[in-house]
Design a protein around this ligand. Structure first.
Ligand SMILES: [Zn+2]
Length: 114
């Protein structure tokens, strides 16, 4: 269950940011995951909510967004979003691709009250 490890790391960052911004309460956290991280949103939500108990983020609303996997084709330069795990350019059929999106873990924003 790698959601637990990722949640723990993100909670530490979220709390640090909130501290540096002098927030008394965190009301909302927006997080984006690339699809290749293979986060199960329900599990992540559960471990995140357990992890923030007793902190200023305990009542924060968690918004999760999964970013699709995107490749740039080295042959025709087109960008392809991959739905299934068939890694070919949907424009020219080449499989000489470079991953440009799909592996990220991004804390997009944190909202809170001072
Ligand atoms: Zn192509």
């Amino acid at each position: 269950m790698h959601e637990l490890k990722i949640a723990e790391e993100l909670i530490i960052i979220v709390l640090k940011v909130a501290e540096s911004e002098n927030l008394k309460k965190i009301t909302k956290v927006n997080i984006q995951f690339g699809k290749m991280i293979q986060i199960v949103p329900d599990i992540f939500r559960f471990v995140f909510e357990s992890g923030v108990k007793g902190t200023i983020a305990k009542n924060a609303r968690l918004k999760l967004e999964i970013l699709p996997i995107k490749f740039a084709c080295k042959k025709c330069k087109a960008e392809t979003e991959i739905e299934d795990l068939l890694f070919v350019c949907s424009f020219c059929g080449s499989n000489d691709l470079e991953l440009i999106q799909g592996r990220e873990t991004i804390i997009e924003s944190i909202e809170g009250e001072k």
